[in-house]
Write a protein that binds this ligand. Structure first.
Ligand code: ZN
Length: 248
């Protein structure tokens, strides 16, 4: 086993070298950002980075790891087994923490016993941590952030139609599989393919603290790939299409 260790950060709790995983040897660290443990594959910023933010979405993890076998990453995957995480003493949906307003809504829903002082303390702490989280998460300037999600029976592309600026829905009868892009140029390229795509480059709808809204506001190219839970082959196929459709 070659030991091509990458530099570890002060955040690293432990490091493991994973070898023989496809063509690229991946160095796996565990990092803590905004109080959340992430598996960190690859290192540094690149033109393309990958994320699995809901740790109960196992298919998304398997798809990403298979996809990354031949790619350098970097990738961050939230550790654990439930959708929500504990941050600053309260339960929180990690895809609602990218703005103070969104985090407050999620904290309020998941921690109904909290009073104003507990809420303010948690939100202030998160405000201080968020820049470092984004610094690690976002790709280099002009790069692309790819986030893999899974949904079950409830959520589908139909829930995104009202908040979207443009739609390409050739498979509207398969609404659980879709891309959500924040860049119009990326949307146009993805919309040449056979999959559902929505563009959310504006700020329509309620501020929910999601990463897609934050990327849209910051002008960061972001594509969210949603696939029904368990549809591993489909998620790998759509990741492959995404890479080809949006060349670096
Ligand atoms: Zn998700």
């Amino acid at each position: 086993m070659a030991s091509a260790s990458l530099p570890s950060t002060p955040l690293t709790r432990r490091s493991l070298l994973f070898a023989g995983f496809g063509l690229i040897q991946h160095h796996l660290d565990v990092v803590v950002l905004a109080g959340i443990e992430f598996e960190s594959w690859g290192a540094g910023r690149g033109p393309r980075s990958y994320l699995r933010i809901h740790s109960n979405e196992q298919t998304a993890k398997e798809a990403l790891l298979a996809h990354l076998a031949a790619r350098p990453g970097p990738a961050l995957l939230v550790r654990g087994s439930s959708r929500n995480v504990t941050v600053a003493g309260g339960r929180l949906d990690p895809n609602r923490m990218f703005t103070r307003e969104g985090a407050e809504k999620s904290y309020r829903r998941l921690n109904p016993e909290w009073g104003p002082a507990e809420m303010a303390k948690a939100l202030d702490w998160l405000d201080r941590e968020r820049p470092r989280l984004l610094e690690r998460l976002l790709p280099e300037k002009g790069g692309l952030l790819i986030s893999a999600h899974n949904n079950s029976e409830g959520y589908s592309v139909e829930d995104e139609v009202a908040s979207s600026d443009r739609l390409h829905l050739p498979r509207r009868r398969e609404p659980h599989e879709f891309f959500l892009a924040t860049s119009e140029s990326d949307f146009k390229k993805l919309a040449q393919g056979p999959y559902n795509v929505v563009l959310q480059s504006g700020q329509k709808g309620d501020e929910d603290g999601s990463l897609s809204r934050t990327c849209a506001r910051l002008g960061v190219r972001y594509v969210n790939l949603e696939v029904g839970s368990g549809k591993l082959a489909m998620q790998i196929e759509m990741l492959g299409f995404l890479e080809k459709a949006l060349p670096e």
